[in-house]
Design a protein around this ligand. Sequence first.
Ligand code: ADE
Length: 464
Amino acid sequence: MNSTNFDVKDLKLAPEGKKKIERGSNSKGNHDVKDLDLASEGRKKIEWAGQQMPVLRLISGEFKKKKPFAGLTIGACLHVTSETANLMMALHAGGAEVYLCASNPLSTQDSVAASLVADFGISVFAVHGEDNKTYYRHIDAVLAKKPQITMDDGADLVSTIHKKLKIQISNVKSGGKLLNIYNIMKDWEFLGSSEETTTGVIRLKAMEKDGALQIPVVAVNDSDTKHLFDNRYGTGQSTIDGILRATNILLAGKRVVVCGYGWCGRGIAGKMRGMGAMVTVVEVDPVKALEAVMDGFLVDRIGKAAKYGELFVTATGDKNVISLENLKRMNGGAIVANSGHFNVEFDYDGLVKFAKGRKILRNNLEEFLLPDGKKIYVLGEGRLVNLVAAEGHPAEVMDMSFANQALAALHFVRNRGKLKAKVYRLPKSIDTRVARLKLKAMKVRFDSLTLEQRKYLSSWQEGT
Ligand code: ADE
């Protein structure tokens, strides 16, 4: 597809299925959602989440007054949840025209999508359970709106922009300064894209290293007020939530194997231990493996852990962390779940091919009968279990992640022309501001340095 015929009018809409699919254009914009009648349910969910998101609410209030996005279009590819809805509304309050599609075919909350369209005038292209073709068509539908700013959770918008569109970078002199202007089409200037998740940041940094990245990107995931809280506490809790909703198993006394000891993995391992599980960590990074040991976990290789684990959870951002060979080594009754962004962390497709039979036992719980008679259980088709089998991270933690996303969008507006085609972190001052606002909302008082202490810390002469 070239940039000249890239228009929403050309997009084929999803084929009619058994379910009612609402699509088309109403007075409030284009959309493709399951059922607008779900809007009142979604609205209540959005309002409840919004009550737990005081930092985003404050930023939204500022956006509403100052309209920093007036005249701009923002396209987002995020999990369509009640928390994301609050972010979309904040951007809309700031004057942006907002278009949203899903960052996973199974994480969309259809009622939330309906409410965004019907109640808030935000265009959504997302239907829970959409097939891969529809998923990518929805990404195209958002890009067809020519967003100047995009937001990703998994880098699908950025990757599609680079695969399907031509970006022209020009240096324009303005007011004595040389500006870097990124144009996708003549009338489509692109300011930048922000990325929510570890997997997306890994993809973007690989693009940067290869010299393939052609637009400025902010890795929101790298902000302390994002990964230290969302990845650790959010993933920790919501992964357990998803596993329990799908299985209703007892975690106390369970032999749990957590693959990956990044911020997500350590969140999962810590919370599992808190529930009384006996946790083994699988890692490839020696420093992280050592940390896991000193945090009191057993560290082992997957080939060995596969033989004694009862519940396996992957959270690495990598592929084939549990190969088919290791799935075969597991004891009958083993349960396997993934909490990483893509459904490639264990070899689900290999298991599907290898198994003699499969059946769905409960929502998001699938039994595989292996040729030797063993049964292995997989949650949510290997897709991220916290969003597929539960509702993702709680709003309190998404409050900080999405405050950072909102401020990243503002960062692109304020730094128009100044950014290079590279992966940036948000400035430290934004992290500090988000943390202060969160503490204030939580009514937590904390100390500040005295003048004497500040001087002491900035001087090198004073020793004793
Ligand atoms: N990622 C993890 N949890 C999420 C949530 N509740 N909403 C949007 N994205 C998420």
